[in-house]
Write a protein that binds this ligand. Structure first.
Ligand SMILES: Nc1ncnc2c1ncn2[C@@H]1O[C@H](COP(=O)(O)OP(=O)(O)OP(=O)(O)O)[C@@H](O)[C@H]1O
Length: 466
């Protein structure tokens, strides 16, 4: 059987099982899908009889392997192989655009209709939330609400401390000037964050649980402390100690003094991030996540990767913070996922995890993909005040990317001009990470390799341009 559709003056025909034609001329499937994509971007509507399932990754599995080969070659690129690799890279982009993206586009649309409007109506954007697998509801009363506290009642234990710091309550009170407003540096779902200066001059960040949520936040506190105590990496905020008393719950971490990534994207502290800084931040976050997923004592899934949870140092290095929602990954090698409540932040949440309650490290990969689009465009994942077709940033970016208008995506505040190929590679990688299903997303280690290759091309081109 055959389906056909007329778009502008072009006539598209698909005859099962694998004959593709434009205006009567047989064409390769990749060319065909590309043309469909371009016409869709121009606003052409394909009739019901015309199904484009064959443009999905599943259909083109064979070609996908080819794409992966290109990426590998790209990572190993050297100065000598420059020309050859550039060609391979553009081939990769072509495939990425024609194959990975149509699939992403199609499924993403379906997913976002299902979940995004519901979420954005229900919760304050940018705040973390959780959703129970049984109730299927998103809490709207508070950005972070826990399950019944009694389920998590722990036996009372003394004010426990770990890490290099052994602080008493009175030392903490002195360090924060009795939790004075002037030392307050931020506020999240867990509580208020204070800056503290210890007797020896060391500056720390002290998260103080809000009294009204004390019981509810017990599990979150425990999870954050337990997981943070097992990790040590330069791209993750370090736990220095904690206090767990009947009437006080505090987490003491290293102080990272240059504000959140979101602050920097907003330009609230005066300076605008250039492309090179954005690329380094992306790489730092990738390294932090790679460590959590593959090198920590036990796999850790962060579950709340977003720009306000990335804090920058004065040297503009990025550190992942806020482990309040973090969870250990599967312990048994036969286990592919963990079945659990949905927790995270609107706009960054993995649609597959939302649908199935199955959590894997690939949920962090999805959030990372969304974050990369945010870093490059400067736009929040959901921009409610924009025109309709620009509200879901990743979808808007994807459409523009497919129209070949990659420069229109770049944050208008970032003035340094970047090579188009580099930008395309970055966006393409972000779209792969934000693919609708986890099996289509690369793991963080593979992302790191691609980023490293992008970085060396970027540095080489910067030198060439000088
Ligand atoms: N280690 C730190 N060093 C410096 N500032 C920090 C540190 N940790 C947190 N902050 C600041 O405190 C703010 C609140 O952090 P917190 O992790 O409690 O909440 P959040 O991530 O912004 O919100 P939510 O918990 O609802 O997701 C951060 O946005 C940041 O500005």
């Amino acid at each position: 059987s055959s389906s056909s559709s007329l778009c502008e003056s072009d006539h598209f025909t698909y005859t099962k099982p694998s004959l593709f034609a434009i205006n009567g001329d047989p064409v390769h499937i990749v060319r065909f899908c590309e043309a469909v994509q371009i016409h869709k971007a121009k606003g052409c509507v394909f009739g019901d009889s015309f199904r484009d399932d064959f443009c999905t990754v599943h259909f083109l599995l064979g070609i996908r392997f080819l794409k992966e080969k290109y990426v590998e070659e790209d990572s190993a690129e050297s100065d000598n192989s420059h020309v050859q690799v550039s060609l391979a890279a553009s081939g990769f982009l072509l495939f990425c655009c024609a194959i990975c993206c149509p699939c992403f586009h199609k499924e993403r649309k379906a997913n976002s209709h299902e979940v995004l409007p519901k979420e954005s109506n229900s919760v304050h954007q940018g705040s973390s939330f959780e959703m129970s697998p049984t109730s299927d509801m998103i809490s709207s009363s508070s950005s972070r609400v826990s399950e019944s506290p009694s389920r998590y009642a722990m036996s009372p234990r003394p004010s426990a401390r770990m890490g290099p710091l052994n602080l008493t309550m009175s030392q903490i009170i002195t360090a924060t000037d009795n939790f004075s407003d002037s030392n307050q540096i931020g506020e999240g779902g867990f509580g208020i964050v204070y800056k503290g200066t210890l007797e020896d001059g060391q500056v720390v960040a002290i998260k103080r649980a809000k009294k009204e949520h004390f019981e509810n936040l017990r599990k979150e506190f425990k999870s954050e402390v337990d997981l943070l105590s097992k990790i040590g990496h330069r791209n993750l905020v370090k736990l220095l100690g904690y206090v767990d008393k009947v009437d006080e719950r505090l987490i003491i971490t290293e102080y990272v003094g240059n504000g959140t990534l979101r602050d920097h994207l907003d330009g609230t502290n005066g300076s605008i991030l250039n492309f090179s800084q954005r690329l380094e931040i992306v790489i730092d976050v990738c390294h932090g996540l790679t460590y959590l997923h593959s090198y920590a004592e036990r796999q850790i899934i962060h579950r709340d990767i977003k720009s306000s949870n990335i804090i920058l140092t004065t040297g503009m290095r990025a550190k992942v913070a806020d482990f309040g929602f973090a969870r250990g990954g599967p312990t048994d090698s036969n286990q592919t996922h963990i079945l659990t409540q949905v927790k995270g932040t609107v706009g960054y949440l993995d649609p597959e995890y939302m649908r199935t309650y199955q959590l894997t490290a690939k949920s962090d990969v999805f959030s990372f993909g969304i974050l990369v689009v945010e870093i490059l465009t400067g736009r929040r994942p959901v921009e409610a005040k924009r025109p309709h077709d620009e509200r879901i940033t990743v979808r808007w970016a994807f459409e523009k990317y497919n129209e070949g208008k990659v420069f229109e995506l770049v944050d208008p505040n970032a003035r340094d001009r970047v090579d188009e190929k580099i930008l395309k590679k970055m966006f393409c990688l972000a779209f792969q990470c934000a693919a609708p299903t986890r099996k289509e997303r690369p793991d963080m280690e593979a992302v790191g390799k691609q980023l490293w290759a992008i970085r060396s091309s970027y540095l080489r081109r910067s030198v060439e341009q000088k």
